[in-house]
Design a protein around this ligand. Structure first.
Ligand code: G4P
Length: 520
């Protein structure tokens, strides 16, 4: 089949949410539709107590979590679906952010009883920065939650994005009767035995639906919907594709209700792989030459062999197992003979892949995060992966001063690999590490000890707000020891503010100093 035809079938997305909003439950339901699992409850080892096969990192086994984001793929309605997991909780790390560079759209799950929560805001900002289309699923409608209008307003105000409700719930909790499917012009009636009946709008006035349509809950929801239709934003596919409007769906991943309706609409509307920017201009996904970039490296999967797996997003052409590719950064040629795709928690060898697919390739210790691999004659490089602002900072030193050589080598390599970020105190030159999540420190410590034989000591600086400065605006006298002045590994100056208050206070006192936030 022509490359073009294959690309048109790919839908690659990530699900983002705050912990406990229902990401796992939703993923399980989607895998069920894709017939990948027989019963829900097998996606994560965490809850069911089943662990993924033994080649995961030791630390992962100890904690019973999946350290790095994994990828699942299945066929649905003629589409080749790739879902990238974005870990939350204590496994939240820079990998979670980087995953978002490898997808074409995102599903944002919001718990209707809680509304927008902090982790959703963080992940949303990354999507916004990259202009990724965002589809919203408001979950847990089987419980008493916030009013739908209130939730839409919250999304618009907190996330500053237009909303367009694709459907409208009738009641919630015990009063939940079903949803108006505005897109399909039908009412989806909820039955207590988890069944759904689809009633076209034109048939709702029929006498057999009298019991439903005369219910006050139904009437109230209908009035609300009319209000939304009059006062709300107009549906705009263009705005959705630019990430300026989010289509909103209501339902319950657990019940389940509204999930299939959501997924069918999402799959037909979500973008297929889009052209991507490179140093040599835009590359089309159906361009015949293979190319892709590495967005994650999972090290030490098998401690005996120290092997590493690099996760590659295919961006153009056709990947074939055994093919030779060039690493754009160095010009070196590699043969890709070991390639894997993940299906739930198992790995399978992948023989071919197209734009939108994510494959795991064996890394002979040569790749870096952000690297481009190509098969064509022209050397191109995909846009450098953005640096994400860390939030947790720790001073780090070698436990044994005799091992400082190993310590420096370890830090240098792990930082280069993107496992953690390194900063230096401008005054003392001491090492300061920055991470998005605590897990990155655990992995760092473990790998320093196991791979570089260097035990490390941490001294926590705590949560900080980093803001970059222009070199000519650096005035050391302005910063007290509370708001640390440091430099990043490229020598750029930045301040680690203690909290929002110190940041605002500083900015008020020094309005001329431009403080740069990487996420805006
Ligand atoms: P996460 O991956 O986003 O962290 O969330 P997860 O799916 O694990 O869901 C968190 C909790 O919310 C789970 O309950 C899950 O059963 C529940 N949940 C998910 N979707 C819905 C929904 O639509 N309605 C209701 N009422 N609950 C929902 P738990 O008690 O923490 O875990 P478990 O013991 O049920 O597995």
């Amino acid at each position: 089949m022509a490359i073009h035809e294959e690309v048109k079938k790919r839908k690659t997305f990530a699900i983002i949410s705050h912990p406990d909003a229902g990401k796992t439950t939703m993923t399980e339901k989607l895998l069920l539709y894709g017939n990948l699992i027989r019963s829900a409850g097998t996606v994560k080892g965490k809850k069911s107590g089943k662990f993924a096969t033994s080649d995961w990192m030791e630390i992962e086994k100890q904690r019973g979590i999946s350290v790095t984001s994994s990828v699942m793929n299945f066929f649905y309605e003629g589409y080749h679906v790739n879902i990238l997991d974005t870990p939350g909780h204590e496994d939240f790390s820079e990998d979670t952010y980087r995953t978002l560079t490898a997808v074409d759209s995102v599903v944002m799950i919001i718990d209707s009883t809680k509304g927008i929560e902090p982790q959703t805001i963080k992940l949303f900002k990354v999507c916004r920065m990259r202009g990724i289309p965002i589809f919203t699923f408001i979950n847990k409608l089987d419980r008493e939650g916030k009013e739908p209008l209130e939730l839409l307003e919250e999304i618009e105000q907190v996330l500053e994005i237009e909303t367009y409700p694709m459907n409208w719930p009738v009641g919630m909790g015990k009063q939940f009767l079903g949803i108006f499917d505005r897109y399909g012009k039908q009412f989806v009636k909820h039955h207590t035995n988890e069944e759904e009946t689809y009633i076209p709008y034109a048939e709702l006035d029929n006498v057999e639906h009298k019991e439903l349509t005369r219910n006050p809950t139904y009437e109230a929801a209908k009035d609300e919907l009319e209000l939304v239709a009059e006062a709300g934003d107009q549906f705009s596919l263009d705005a959705i594709m630019k990430g300026e409007q989010t289509p909103v769906f209501f339902g319950s991943a657990l019940a389940p209700f509204g999930v299939e309706l959501f997924f069918n609409t999402f799959i037909s509307m979500a973008p297929t792989p889009t052209p991507r920017k490179t140093t040599e201009g835009i590359v089309q996904p159906d361009h015949e030459d293979f190319s892709g970039f590495i967005f994650k490296i999972q090290a030490n999967m098998n401690p005996a062999h120290r092997d590493r797996i690099a996760f590659l997003r295919v961006c153009s052409g056709k990947f074939e197992r055994g093919m030779s590719v060039k690493l754009s950064r160095t010009g070196k040629i590699f043969k890709l003979s070991q390639s894997q795709q993940m299906v739930a928690s198992t790995r399978e060898t992948v023989e071919e892949a197209y734009a939108g697919d994510i494959i795991g390739i064996y890394d002979p210790n040569a790749y870096q995060i952000g690297d481009t691999l190509i098969a064509g004659k022209e050397t191109i490089e995909y846009d450098e992966l953005p640096v994400f602002p860390p939030e947790l900072f720790k001073k780090v030193a070698a436990k044994n001063v005799m091992k400082s050589k190993q310590f420096r080598k370890g830090i240098e390599q792990l930082v280069q690999e993107g496992a953690i970020q390194l900063f230096r105190d401008r005054l003392t030159d001491s090492f300061i590490l920055g991470a998005v999540g605590e897990l990155q420190y655990d992995v760092f410590k473990y790998r320093m000890q196991n791979e570089y034989n260097a035990e490390v000591l941490f001294e926590s600086i705590g949560e900080r707000i980093p803001r970059w400065l222009k070199e000519d605006q650096v005035d050391e006298s302005l910063f007290d020891s509370g708001n640390l002045l440091v430099k990043d590994r490229h020598g750029n100056p930045l301040v680690l503010f203690r909290n929002e208050f110190s940041l605002n206070w500083f900015q008020d006192k020094n309005p001329k100093i431009e403080l740069i936030d990487l996420l805006s």
